[in-house]
Design a protein. Structure first.
Ligand SMILES: CC(=O)N[C@H]1[C@@H](OP(=O)(O)O)O[C@H](CO)[C@@H](O)[C@@H]1O
Ligand SMILES: [Mg+2]
Length: 532
């Protein structure tokens, strides 16, 4: 790295707005025009991270399910997982630097404190379909190049595709986009072989995002093994009244689905295709029956546990299976997992980085946020055991197919579709059987705008408020008055709001509880605008 070149390059990406962005639940996010300096500095950071680890890192320009005017950046470690949490502080420090001198000073400090060797590294870059992508990818590439490292532009990809590619590349395995489809498609074909396809195809809401084109390639590759009709595949209308986040929060039919028949099996991706929910039209109006991340986790657990059962022998301890959720998981799903599946449940704070880390502690760690972001991780020890059992065991072969098909780096809506389709197909189930496992408790989520969301701090996996003082007591008494009530609040890490979640025995009780708690937040935490 040449300091003069670095300083000259940094001066092109100073932050004129003086808005200091911070690394949130999944990286940086903001209105796109505020982002160039932050994305440039993320390019610097990921080149440094690659030098430190000796592996290839990744960076995806995306704001996921947020509006099209927003953009953001997600950072990928050489493992294919999200950036090591210990480095988030460096990301913030770089993003907060005032000018080229400040930026260079942080880079030098990073070299020193993290004991990073000088040299050249490689960073893979990708982006979703947002119009602001090109300028931001250019900024990221300039940051990587300013460190004397090599940016590899991988073009439009879903976020999980880039995570997968980084992971494969560092493992010395085939890692091109083509290899991704190959791995998923062959895994799926092996898993469903001998299990007839359902008579009805799947209808997928692609949120007018990057997942549309990518899922089409996968579906073509699988034809006739997977019959999928893709909708909301346009260049306009990203996440606008459609997509997995819309479905999960609004619980109504997305745009372009008004004509689907009542029983049809439908799924929805988000804007960067790392979230997946299934749904079914209910009644004549816009209402839907939602099959959220919790329910996908349960279905995945049923599939895995069925297959593992036959591997249990007297000689070896049974593989450990755990399901990781957040406080947003519907209480009925948690009860079902603990009482019926007899499976261990761990609860972590919101954000895949937390769930992923907890899931790694099991031989099979199944993690899903209620919003549909999650995957199934298999430990290296279990994978080795499955290979040893090899061709003699049908279940071992099916489990190995799952390992190939289910993205081991991060939650992936495309591999998620295959997971759900394969599980239903192997069980000869349609949506009614899946729905019948348990009944969701009515719930409601609200957002409250406050002057400064950082005044709200939490503990106990975000289920208790620590500050402002007095707020938790008010939430406790509201919860105590609601039949089977549960509620919590936390500051969002991706939007400028405090989120409220409430659950109760009836929908109107959940609605009332959420509203009451939202009012308490508004009055105690300096709410902006009218009280909810
Ligand atoms: C309640 C909710 O859905 N929160 C989402 C949302 O985070 P917040 O910190 O709540 O804004 O975006 C994250 C990134 O996509 C996702 O991991 C998380 O689950
Ligand atoms: Mg997303």
């Amino acid at each position: 790295m040449d300091l003069g070149t670095l300083k000259e390059s940094c001066s092109q990406y100073n932050n004129p707005s003086k808005v200091k962005l911070t690394y949130g639940t999944a990286g940086f996010r903001a209105e796109a025009s505020l982002l160039p300096s932050t994305v440039y500095r993320c390019g610097l950071l990921m080149a440094l991270r690659a030098l430190k680890t000796g592996g290839v890192t990744g960076l995806v320009v995306t704001a996921s399910h947020n509006p099209v005017e927003d953009n953001g950046v997600k950072l990928v470690d050489p493992t294919g997982y999200m950036l090591d949490q210990a480095w988030e502080a460096w990301a913030n420090k770089l993003a907060a630097a005032d000018d080229e001198d400040g930026t260079c000073a942080v880079v030098q400090e990073l070299f020193q404190v993290e004991d990073i060797p000088y040299g050249s590294s490689t960073v893979m870059l990708a982006h979703d379909t947002r119009p602001s992508a090109d300028a931001l990818v250019k900024a990221a590439a300039a940051g990587v190049a300013a460190m004397g490292s090599l940016p590899i532009a991988c073009g439009q990809l879903t976020t999980p595709q880039l995570h997968w590619m980084v992971r494969q590349c560092n493992a010395g395995l085939k890692h091109k986009e083509k290899a991704y489809y190959e791995a998923l498609a062959t895994g799926y074909a092996r898993l469903v072989s001998g299990h007839p396809a359902p008579s009805e195809g799947l209808i997928v809401d692609c949120a007018n995002g990057v997942g549309a084109a990518k899922l089409q390639v996968l579906a073509d590759r699988l034809a006739p093994g997977l019959s999928a009709e893709l909708r909301n595949t346009g260049a306009e209308g990203l996440n606008d009244c459609c997509g997995a986040d819309f479905l999960q929060k609004e619980r109504r039919l997305p745009a372009g689905f008004q004509d689907v028949p009542e029983g049809a099996r439908c799924a929805s991706l988000d804007g960067d295709a790392d979230r997946l929910v299934y749904f079914q039209r209910r009644g004549a109006a816009d209402e839907v029956h939602l099959f959220d991340g919790d329910r996908i986790a349960v279905l995945a657990a049923l599939l895995v546990m069925d297959l593992l059962r036959s591997l249990i022998t007297a000689e070896q301890p049974p593989p450990t299976v755990g399901i990781v959720q957040t406080a947003y998981a519907n209480g009925a799903s948690t009860a079902y997992i603990e009482e019926k599946l007899k499976c261990e449940v761990r609860v972590t704070p919101t954000g895949v980085k937390h769930l992923h880390a907890a899931a790694e502690e099991f031989d099979v760690g199944i993690y899903f946020e209620a919003n549909g972001h999650g995957t199934v991780l298999f430990s290296a020890a279990l994978v080795q055991r499955l290979h040893e059992l090899g061709d003699d065991s049908g279940p071992a072969k099916a489990l190995l197919a799952l390992v190939d098909m289910v993205n081991q780096a991060v939650g992936d809506a495309l591999s998620g579709v295959l997971l759900v389709e394969a599980a239903l197909r192997r069980k000869k189930w349609g949506l009614p059987e899946w729905a019948a496992l348990y009944t969701d408790l009515p719930s409601r989520q609200l957002k409250v705008k406050v002057a400064d969301r950082s005044v709200v701090t939490t503990s106990h996996a975000e289920t208790r408020v620590e500050s402002p003082s007095g707020l938790q007591q008010l939430i406790d008494s509201a919860v105590a008055a609601a039949p089977s009530g549960r509620a919590f609040v936390r500051p969002s890490g991706t939007e400028d709001v405090v989120r409220v979640y409430a659950e109760a025995a009836t929908q109107s009780a959940a609605d009332d509880l959420a509203r009451l708690v939202a009012r308490h937040v508004h009055s105690i935490a300096a709410g902006v605008g009218l009280s909810p």
